[in-house]
Structures are given as C-alpha cells and as structure tokens.
Design a protein around this ligand. Structure first.
Ligand SMILES: NC(=O)c1ccc[n+]([C@@H]2O[C@H](COP(=O)([O-])OP(=O)(O)OC[C@H]3O[C@@H](n4cnc5c(N)ncnc54)[C@H](O)[C@@H]3O)[C@@H](O)[C@H]2O)c1
Length: 325
C-alpha cells in the first residue's frame, strides 16, 4: 500500500482523488486549509482530513500537491525535507529558481519529484508524440497548438492574479510548451505577445488573457502556440505538426462524439473507462515510479524546462524582444 496525502481539495484535488480511489494499492488522506472545502471534500470522497500539513506528512509516503501554483515550492520543499515523494501539479513552480531549488532538494534527498504535465498522458497527444517520433511526418519542421476556454477563477480568484498563477502563459501554455519540447526537442528562442502583458489597458479590471508564442527549436523547427482565457465557448485543444513527408492534426471538439445538451450548457459524455483517463495514467506512472517499477516518465528537469519556456514567453511579452534560452 502506498500512502498518498492529497494537499488542496479544490478542482485538481478532486480530479486526482477520483482516480486515486480507483487504485487498490493506494491509501489516501488529505489536507485542506479552507474548512468548508475540507468538509465537502471529506464527505464526497469519504476521506479523513489531516489536522495539519505536518500530520499529513507524518502519515504519508508521498504527497500530491494540488495547490495554487505560488504554494507549490514551499509545500514541496517541506515534503522533500521529510523524505516524502512528490507529485506536483503543473506548472512545477512560479519561476525557474523555485523549480531548481525543488529539483536539487529532491535529488539530494533521493525522492521522486514528478511534475504533473498531464498532457503527455492524453491518448491523442501521446499517440501524436509517438507518430512524430516514429517518422510519420518525416522530419518535423512546424507545429501549431491552441489551448483554452473561459478564464478560470479558482479559490480566492488566484488564477487571475499573475503573481500567483503566472497568467495564461505559465498556467495554460505550459502544457503545450512541455509537449512540444518533448516532441521536437530543446527550444532555442521564444517570442510572444499577450493581450494582458503586451497591452495592459486591453483587459483592465477584467479576467482573461490571450497569448501567441513562437518557439524556435535547436532542430530548426518552429512552433506557434496559442493560449486563450477569452473563449466563452468552452475548453478546446488543437494540434498540428507538419514535416517534409506529411502532417498530423487533432481537434478536441472533433473527437468527442457523444454530447449531452441542456439549459446549463453542453457536456461531453466520455465513453472512456477510468483506466483510459490521462489523470489515472499519470497517477499510475507516479505510483510505479516511487515503488521502483519504472523510471519517472516526466522528470523534475522536464517541469523546470517547461516553466523556463513560459517565463521566457512572459519576458518577451514585457520587453517585446525575442528571448534566447
Ligand atoms: N493539469 C490540469 O489539467 C490542471 C487544471 C487546472 C489546474 N491545474 C493546476 O492545479 C493546481 C491547483 O489548481 P486548482 O484548479 O485545483 O485550484 P483550486 O483553487 O480549485 O484549489 C486549490 C485548493 O487549495 C487550497 N489551499 C490553498 N492553499 C493551501 C494550503 N497551503 N494548504 C492546504 N490547502 C490549501 C484552497 O483552499 C483550494 O481548495 C494549480 O497549480 C493549477 O495550475 C492543473
């Protein structure tokens, strides 16, 4: 049995916990600061809350950090100092220096620190990566991704506070930066523009943002990454990779075949089993890594590099210059 302590009972704490509960080799506890969220979570998942983070750490073999991004660093360092393995929601931390401290501490302590770059476990993105790696498009030279939907709010509105979330580039585009680096190799330079960062008057006092980033890779490939919190039609991802022998494309709206519509909106009715779910497979990868059955499929260095690309994009929006990595 692996004892996992979930930290944070918000959106992602709920998603992760639903999947941990489908694993017979995992035992769960959780810690949540907000008493109302704590009680609702305890009731809906039938779990006992720990009275403090320290109590959770004393009990757990590993923690699953599902906190606002600005809390990842301190929470992970405390777990690592106690010798606990860490699964940490993406982005791994708010900046590269924090990621570096977390990675160094985990290396020294000999514990696993795995960033939850979950897109690598989404079946279409995983398969697209394998297709490119196996030469399906020949030599990949261009890629285009789009990701986004409505502006998220989160507990106490933290997503819309760039000092806590890093905004749309660190919070959302980080998924595609990681996938593109995984698939096309190291990034050489980054150029980006955003409505909020490049033109702060455009959304003054309102939630949202939109950013376009161009990545240049060491291989010579280029990619165009669109991230939006200004799409009221709901969440959507698209992907296209072109090479000298072909192209692959994906659109999340075109692959979901079964939908339910009512006055509250439209929902996808997924025909997938719990074991097909990317969050389930991410959880399994973590369990198998910390129990020594496989090497970590996503490393702390991968988490750091994704944050580094996002930070370079933010800098590029602010300076209107191309940033070399
Ligand atoms: N992979 C994905 O698909 C995905 C999607 C959304 C969010 N995220 C990431 O997951 C993380 C959490 O996002 P969320 O949407 O769950 O946020 P959220 O605001 O819904 O939940 C965060 C929870 O943590 C609690 N909390 C805050 N500080 C705490 C502390 N020190 N100790 C204990 N509890 C504390 C809050 O009360 C809240 O319940 C973020 O890093 C975000 O970027 C990932």
């Amino acid at each position: 049995m692996l004892r996992i302590g979930v930290v944070g009972a918000g959106g992602m704490g709920n998603v992760h916990t639903r999947h941990w509960k489908n694993m017979p080799d995992v035992e769960l506890q959780f810690f949540e600061l907000d008493p109302e969220r704590r009680d609702t979570f305890a009731k809906s998942h039938g779990l006992k809350p720990a009275a403090s983070y320290e109590e959770l750490l004393n009990w757990a073999d590993a923690v699953d950090i599902c906190l606002p991004t600005d809390a990842h660093h301190a929470t992970a360092l405390q777990a690592i100092a106690a010798g606990r393995h860490v699964l940490c929601e993406k982005p791994m931390a708010i900046d590269v220096a924090q990621c570096d401290q977390m990675m160094t501490a985990a290396d020294k302590a000999g514990v696993t620190l795995m960033p939850a770059q979950v897109v690598r476990y989404f079946a279409d993105f995983k398969h697209a990566h394998e297709l490119v790696a196996n030469g399906a498009v020949g030599n990949p030279v261009t890629a285009r991704t789009r990701r986004g939907g409505k502006a998220p709010v989160g507990s106490a509105g933290w997503f819309q506070d760039a000092s806590r979330s890093g905004g749309v580039l660190l919070d959302l585009a980080v998924h595609d930066f990681d996938w593109l680096r995984w698939t096309l190799g190291e990034v050489k330079s980054v150029s980006a523009r955003s409505v909020r960062l490049t033109n702060p008057q455009a959304l003054a006092g309102k939630p949202g943002d939109y950013a376009l980033t161009t990545l240049q890779f060491d291989s010579g490939a280029i990619a165009h990454v669109e991230a939006t919190w200004l799409d009221p039609s709901g969440f959507r991802t698209t992907l296209e990779v072109c090479g000298d022998e072909g192209m692959i494309e994906f659109d999340s709206r075109k692959t979901a075949t079964l939908r339910r519509h009512n006055e509250e909106g439209s929902q996808v009715e997924s025909p997938l089993l719990p074991s097909d779910d990317p969050y389930y497979n991410q959880g399994r990868a973590f369990v198998e890594t910390v129990t020594g059955k496989r090497p970590a499929p996503v490393t702390a260095l991968d988490g750091l590099r994704a944050v580094q690309i996002a930070r370079a994009a933010i800098e590029s929006c602010q300076t209107r210059q191309t940033v070399r990595l």
